[in-house]
Design a protein around this ligand. Sequence first.
Ligand SMILES: NC(=O)c1ccc[n+]([C@@H]2O[C@H](COP(=O)([O-])OP(=O)(O)OC[C@H]3O[C@@H](n4cnc5c(N)ncnc54)[C@H](OP(=O)(O)O)[C@@H]3O)[C@@H](O)[C@H]2O)c1
Length: 258
Amino acid sequence: MARVLITGSSRRLGLMVGELLVQQGHRVVLHARDARRAVDTRAALPAVDDVLVGDLASIDAMRSVAEQANATGRFGAVIHNAGVGYRERYLVTADGLSHVFAINVLAPYLLTALIMPPNRLVHLSSGMHQGGSAGLGDPQWERRRRQAAQAYSDSKLFDVLLAFGVARHRPDVRSNALEPGWVPTRMGGPGAPDDISQAHVTQAWLAASDDPAADVTGQYFYHRRPRQPLPVAYDVAAREALSDYCAGLAGVPLPPSD
Ligand SMILES: NC(=O)c1ccc[n+]([C@@H]2O[C@H](COP(=O)([O-])OP(=O)(O)OC[C@H]3O[C@@H](n4cnc5c(N)ncnc54)[C@H](OP(=O)(O)O)[C@@H]3O)[C@@H](O)[C@H]2O)c1
């Protein structure tokens, strides 16, 4: 039995993986953006241990979510599921960051830096990361014409770099990334063609399964099978540059390995 935290789990894939883990006998902590959503989230899955609250667009709230998480004890696994997509208009957060970058990239970075290290980390990437760029010339889209799909693709590539970076730095943590398929959620849209019944299974498997095939680190998956990510995901310099950049934004480095 594992204890698993799932960020952004008030709906769809996050809530679905919570439901599956509860069915499998694991203890689950969910997370919602605000108190009202947290009430609805608990009502949707009353068997969870807790629902943490915080808007991951804000660095202060990211810190608060990490504090709430640590107050419940150490997790066996953290699934970085919260995300915003390529349909949203360009928004700047109160911290002056691209909304997509803050939620999709800085939040998993900072939560990983501040939450007591779990045994396993699971990062939700996307097939769209294949069109991403790992360049850090203008990650907040301050000097370029805004392209929502590109900003999302970049963020999902950054998620792979974060996952693989932790895998290298912390051999004690199993840190992997996956794509769930293009499925009909609010983010995916009603016409998404992939199988929603499979879209949450790999996250649960990587987080809590005893299957030796899930007991790996620094790998990228699609439907429980390894898949090749964009080659830059293996570029140590690109991973270090992203980690340093996030550390500078958040004022918190990733803790060294024990
Ligand atoms: N659906 C797809 O086809 C697809 C494909 C590839 C990858 N993914 C990835 O899968 C993950 C889940 O996506 P989904 O399809 O389930 O999307 P979704 O239905 O839009 O759900 C996103 C979840 O993230 C939460 N969230 C968003 N912004 C937040 C914030 N500022 N603070 C706290 N929580 C926040 C949402 O909460 P609210 O309800 O409060 O907004 C919601 O619970 C994402 O990381 C996404 O990039 C999805």
